[in-house]
Design a protein around this ligand. Structure first.
Ligand code: DLL
Length: 436
């Protein structure tokens, strides 16, 4: 019979036991951090909190938050919980939005991280019979190393292609009969498109599942990828600061991602006031790592907006689920005073039958925001009649206006005019920041 869990006892642990386990780990972790991380000890002292004030998870809100700004201040070694001699690896973010994050790992940290990724692979139907192609970038980015390690732990045959060289990706998938593809959703869409161009039908592609994450993607995007590759597409979430992919992952029910709660304690807060919000409300996701030794972050504000729900799941897992992040609070654009998320634009485009190849350009002219969306036409939509294109553009502006409350300028472009992504897609170009 197909194995459904990687670590059944933990993944299906009764909630009260799980909470007890979290409480025990939290008490230990706070002590570890207070004793070893001077930066956080100072934050606790400023707030007047001592380790003995934390007796369980119900005391979590007594602790101070950590933000990206703290990571910047403490860069590079200021948040380490272990001496360098105990650390065996770093991973890092690209640093496109400010200073890069460098996270440290002991061997134990790596083992636990890889186990989280193994849980995600098994939840997507993976086993030692599978061939897992890891097309996330390898190197400093956590995607490649994390899923590579997870795949080894499951015992799957691992193909470490890394990202890029799409011809070669397709060749390995077909020649070696890869069954599970791991990459960003935008790269999965690109691989699907490339197969189609080569004349492959979804049923000719040996893949059965995909584990896609590292960037926001909509349900519409999921359906489009599932159709093009003939697979079931699973979401996976994580961030470098907490280890990498595998902080949470989808099961076959696909109604949210189970957070690996034995390792990560999750809270939702009001991003403006920092107040905790009740279960089910949308707010900023905050994580406390319960086991990390080398880089043990407490109450780290992710800036990702989502909601948590602990409903009974048909997969049998008891761990709380997070909804797909709506995007980061800093991804939200305010255009002419209206809040706009790129995911809303993606939903409209795919519902109206367009490709997921688009780019949003925001600028400011004469003190007014300009808002343009470039959308690529699929080859079969491409028409030489100017009138057809103008009519299509008008219709799309109308659909955008009813979703967003404001109307962008829409430019329909010929096939292949928008550059494809092999990693995290760049969807938004906000030129206003250049003028500030
Ligand atoms: O993106 C880790 C990762 C690798 C996750 C591979 C999943 C798969 P960072 O580069 O540090 O780490 O970026 C973390 O990416 O705070 C979210 O804003 C976003 N993100 C990650 N996964 C998802 C997802 C990796 N499934 C940041 N949906 C996070 C939406 C995601 N956003």
């Amino acid at each position: 019979m197909e194995k459904r869990y990687f670590q059944k006892e933990i993944e299906t642990m009764p909630v009260d036991e799980l909470k007890k386990l979290q409480s025990e780990k939290l008490v230990k972790q706070v002590k570890h951090v207070y004793e070893n991380v001077e930066y956080y000890r100072n934050l606790m002292d400023e707030k007047g909190v001592k380790p003995e004030d934390i007796r369980g998870i119900e005391d979590i809100s007594k602790l101070p938050f950590l933000t990206k700004a703290d990571l910047r201040d403490a860069y590079p070694y200021g948040l380490m919980g272990k001496p360098l001699k105990d650390c065996v690896r770093i991973q890092s973010t690209s640093g496109t939005t400010g200073r890069r994050v460098v996270a440290f790992y002991t061997q134990n940290d790596i083992d636990l991280w890889e186990e989280c990724c193994a849980r995600a692979i098994v939840a997507a139907g993976g086993s030692d019979e599978d061939v897992v192609q890891v097309s996330y970038g390898y190197g400093l980015f956590t995607g490649g190393p994390g899923l590579n390690g997870g795949s080894h732990k499951v015992g799957s045959l691992t193909i470490p292609t890394s990202s890029g060289n799409t011809e070669r990706q397709m060749q390995f998938i077909t020649d070696l009969s890869a069954t599970i593809l791991c990459c960003t959703p935008s790269y999965a869409a690109y691989i699907g498109e490339s197969f189609k161009e080569k004349g492959y039908k979804p049923e000719d592609i040996p893949l059965k599942a995909g584990i896609f994450g590292a960037e926001p993607w909509t349900e519409e995007m999921r359906h489009s990828i599932e159709e093009s590759l003939g697979i079931k597409a699973y979401d996976i979430y994580g961030l470098t600061e907490l280890s990498g992919p595998g902080v949470s992952f989808e099961c076959e029910e696909q109604t949210g991602m189970h957070i690996n709660e034995d390792h990560f304690l999750a809270e939702i807060i009001n991003p403006d006031t920092g107040e905790p919000l009740p279960e089910g409300e949308i707010g900023e996701l905050v994580f406390t790592s319960l086991d990390k030794e080398a880089f043990p972050l407490l109450r780290y504000r992710t800036r990702d907006l989502c909601r948590l729900t602990r409903e009974k799941c048909s997969c049998g897992r008891t761990h709380i689920k997070m909804s797909k992040p709506l995007g980061r609070s800093d991804d939200m654009m305010i255009i002419r005073g209206v809040n706009v998320f790129p995911s809303q634009i993606e939903t409209v485009l795919l519902n109206e039958g367009y490709t997921p190849n688009y780019q949003i350009i925001v600028d400011r002219e004469n003190n007014t925001d300009t808002f343009d969306i470039n959308v690529e036409l699929a080859p079969e939509q491409f028409s030489d009649t100017v009138k057809d294109i103008t009519d299509r553009e008008k219709a799309l502006v109308g659909a955008m206006r009813s979703m967003l409350g404001i109307g962008p300028k829409v430019h329909l472009l010929p096939p292949k005019s928008i550059v494809r992504s092999e990693g995290k897609a760049v969807r938004v170009i906000d030129k206003r920041k250049l003028h500030d």
